[in-house]
Design a protein around this ligand. Structure first.
Ligand SMILES: *Cc1c(COP(=O)(O)O)cnc(C)c1O
Length: 432
């Protein structure tokens, strides 16, 4: 299928050339639009709430490079800070004062984090935190939830949400069962299932890892008491609680989901926003646990480019901008208008729909709902979502190309952008 109402000749040329150069023409699967049909558009540049493709079409963007662009794309203050950092070099491979600055900001912001280690991606952060959970507890098994994504490391590629689900790969080939046999899974929001797993695997479970608000199975909030319940159960069994806040950190509030919901995990992973658009991840938590990480302790983990001055600079400037009073109120205001508006428009045009938002993270499913877990999310009409996605693209609105991805706004999105988006949604949904 090709775009009908917008000209995308150059996008098509570049993307077809890409197919023979990179697997599927992309460097990360969801970008290829497999689950929504049609060809992806190829970006040329981004600014504020907008992106432009190589054919010079402009779109209002609700992906925000999958979360990091919370201050708006190519934010002038972030770019200016990067320009001056660039003059001093891009990578030191040695201690640099900027690492202290970002570390202090993260420790001050995130309730569970007393010490932090920077890495280069969310995947890396989750891999390392898993090793740390095991090293600290001397136990091998972990519990994760169906539909939660914790990066592409072997032991997490079990019921791993959007990227994997969308491609119809329940597990990936190349992942040995000897690795995933220690990964236990439960439905999100199901405390009973977690209790049963702990009973059946007494003294063997290192901990529980979850997205405290799920964004990789579409947008799914924790039910009242779920996070608190996990905190109690893990305490009872001497296991660790780990919040993967790669997506929610600095997004649903400055201190992440743990601040928002008042539940403090033992360890936390971060990524996306803390790199301000450059590659950064981090893991941190209780001082006694983090003291196991080399060279303070025996758990090995390292990185050539970790803590490089460019990534630290983009992260520092982004967090500084987010500290301005009113940031999260504004994100809540525009995003709620969008999320509520989309559901209203869907219902008025005769489509079953549900969804919601917390601050600048939102989602909408084409199903009556409510959606408490991945099983519920899968009831969504994904074929309809595909047509909706394509229609919105042709109306100049860039949504995440999968029903099972959360959407993101930024402080650069205006009320007018939201109104234009809802107007487009009304036209598209009326014709579905
Ligand atoms: C994006 C994401 C990751 C992986 O981060 P990468 O930087 O893509 O490796 C891990 N966990 C969650 C919750 C994410 O949203």
């Amino acid at each position: 299928m090709v775009n009908t109402t917008i000209k995308t000749t150059k996008s098509q040329e570049i993307f077809s050339a890409a197919q023979s150069l990179m697997p599927g023409g992309v460097n990360s699967p969801v970008r290829a639009f497999k689950s929504v049909g049609g060809q992806p558009i190829v970006f040329d540049r981004v600014k504020g709430a907008y992106v432009w493709d190589v054919d010079d079409n402009q779109y209002i963007d609700y992906v925000g490079t999958w979360g990091p662009a919370i201050c708006g794309h190519a934010n002038p203050e972030v770019i200016a800070a990067l320009h001056s950092a660039l003059e001093k070099g891009t990578s030191f491979g040695a201690p640099c004062a900027l690492e202290n600055v970002l570390a202090e900001m993260v420790i001050d912001a995130v309730p569970s984090i007393e010490m932090v280690r920077f890495v280069n991606s969310g995947t890396e952060a989750c891999m390392a935190v898993l090793r740390l959970m095991r090293a600290f507890t001397k136990r091998d098994k972990i519990i994760k939830f169906e539909g939660c994504y914790h990066g592409h490391a072997d032991m997490f590629l079990v019921k791993a949400g959007s990227g994997v689900a969308t491609l119809g790969l329940p597990d990936s080939p190349g992942v040995p069962s000897s690795v995933t046999k220690n990964t236990l899974t439960a439905p999100f929001n199901d405390l009973e299932a977690v209790k049963v797993l702990f009973e059946e695997n007494r003294d063997q479970i290192a901990g529980v890892i979850l997205e405290p608000v799920v964004g990789n199975a579409g947008f799914v909030s924790p039910d009242a008491g779920f996070l608190e319940g996990l905190r109690e159960i893990t305490h009872e069994h001497g296991a660790l609680l780990v919040f993967d806040e790669v997506m929610t950190g600095f997004r649903i509030s400055y201190g992440g989901a743990q601040e928002k919901f008042g539940v403090t995990p033992d360890l936390t992973t971060l990524g996306k926003i803390i790199g301000g658009g450059l590659p950064v991840g981090a893991y941190g938590g209780r001082r006694d646990i983090m003291s196991m990480v080399a060279p303070a302790g025996p758990m090995y983990q390292a990185g050539t480019l970790s803590g490089n001055p460019l990534a630290m600079t983009a992260g520092i400037k982004t967090l500084e901008l987010l500290q301005k009073p009113g940031t999260y109120d504004y994100l809540e205001q525009v995003t709620k208008k969008l999320a509520d508006g989309l559901i209203e428009v869907a219902r008025e045009t005769g489509h079953a729909a549900c969804g919601g938002n917390i601050s600048g993270m939102f989602g909408m499913f084409f199903t009556k709902g409510p959606v408490h877990n991945y099983e519920d999310a899968k009831a969504s009409d994904t074929a309809k979502f595909g047509r909706f996605h394509r229609g919105m693209l042709e109306h100049g609105i860039y949504l995440a190309p999968s029903q099972f991805e959360a959407g993101f706004t930024s402080i650069a999105h205006t009320e007018e952008d939201i109104e234009r988006t809802l107007q487009a949604a009304r036209e598209v949904m009326s014709s579905l």
